[in-house]
Design a protein around this ligand. Structure first.
Ligand SMILES: [Ca+2]
Ligand SMILES: [Ca+2]
Ligand SMILES: [Ca+2]
Length: 234
C-alpha cells in the first residue's frame, strides 16, 4: 500500500470520526504493570497524592490455600471495593461496565481469586488468562470518587499482574470501566489517533522489536498495526 493511499484512507476516516472524538480529561490513568509477590501487598495510590489507598495482597491461609485479595487500607474507612453480595469475592468488571454508587461496595478486602488446598479455584479471575477490572471507591476530602484497577491472571494464583488503574477526579460520578485507557495507535499520547501517529507508525515500518508502533507485538510494524491504528482513528 502506498503512503499516498494510506494518507487518503486516513484523511477520509479522520474527517468522519473527528467529530466523535472524545477525551477523558477527568479520568487520571496510571500504567503500573506490577507482578504480585507471595506474602506481599502491592500498594495502590489511586489518586497519586502520596498516600496509599488500596492494596492487592497475594498470600495463603490454612485450609484455604493461596489467595489474592483486593481491598482498602484499613485506616481509611470509606474506601471500598466492588464485591459480590456476601462480600467474599471481588467483582470482576469488564471494559464498558459502569462502577458507581449503585454497586455493592465492601470496606474490607475481598478475594479476587482463591485456590483451596484441594485444588478448587474460585473468583472472577480464576481462569488462566482471565483479565478483569476491580471497582474501587476512594474517599477523598469527604467525597467519594470511583475508579478501576485491572488485574490479569497469567498462570493461576501465583501469576497475577496489576496492569494499570484509573480514577474519576469528579466526585460522586460513576466511572466507566476502562475509561482513561490509552488508545491503541495513539503513539504520541496526546489522546487522539491522527496524522502525527500515522507518521510515527509509517516511520517505523518494517521489522522492529519492542517498538511502540508494533501495536500487535508481532515483531514488525506492518499492515496489521496500520489497521489497528486506523480502527481507532479520531
Ligand atoms: Ca492516595
Ligand atoms: Ca496521537
Ligand atoms: Ca505488528
Amino acid at each position: 500500500m502506498s503512503n499516498v493511499r494510506i494518507t487518503a484512507i486516513a484523511s477520509s476516516i479522520g474527517a468522519a470520526l473527528l467529530a466523535c472524538a472524545s477525551t477523558n480529561s477527568d479520568v487520571v490513568y496510571v500504567d503500573s504493570n506490577d507482578t504480585l509477590v507471595a506474602g506481599a501487598a502491592e500498594l495502590i495510590d489511586l489518586d497519586g497524592n502520596g498516600t496509599t489507598d488500596f492494596q492487592v495482597y497475594y498470600g495463603s491461609a490454612s485450609g484455604w490455600g493461596s489467595f489474592v485479595a483486593v481491598g482498602p487500607i484499613q485506616t481509611f474507612a470509606g474506601n471500598g471495593v466492588g464485591a459480590n453480595y456476601s462480600g467474599l469475592y471481588t467483582t470482576g468488571y469488564d471494559n464498558g461496565d459502569v462502577f458507581g454508587p449503585d454497586e455493592i461496595i465492601r470496606l474490607e478486602p475481598s478475594l479476587a481469586i482463591f485456590k483451596s488446598n484441594s485444588g478448587v479455584v474460585q473468583g472472577a479471575w480464576a481462569a488462566i488468562g482471565a483479565e478483569h477490572y476491580a471497582g474501587l471507591r476512594l474517599l477523598k476530602d469527604g467525597q467519594f470518587h470511583y475508579g478501576w484497577l485491572r488485574l490479569r491472571n497469567a498462570s493461576g494464583v501465583t501469576g497475577m499482574y496489576i496492569l494499570d488503574h484509573a480514577y474519576e477526579t469528579t466526585p460522586d460520578l460513576p466511572i466507566m470501566i476502562g475509561d482513561g485507557l490509552p488508545v491503541a495507535g495513539d503513539l504520541d499520547g496526546d489522546g487522539l489517533v491522527d496524522g502525527v501517529d500515522l507518521g510515527l507508525l509509517l516511520g517505523a515500518w518494517g521489522p522492529c522489536t519492542s517498538c511502540a508502533a508494533d501495536l500487535d507485538g508481532n515483531g514488525a510494524v506492518d499492515g496489521a498495526d496500520l489497521g489497528l491504528l486506523l480502527a481507532n482513528w479520531g
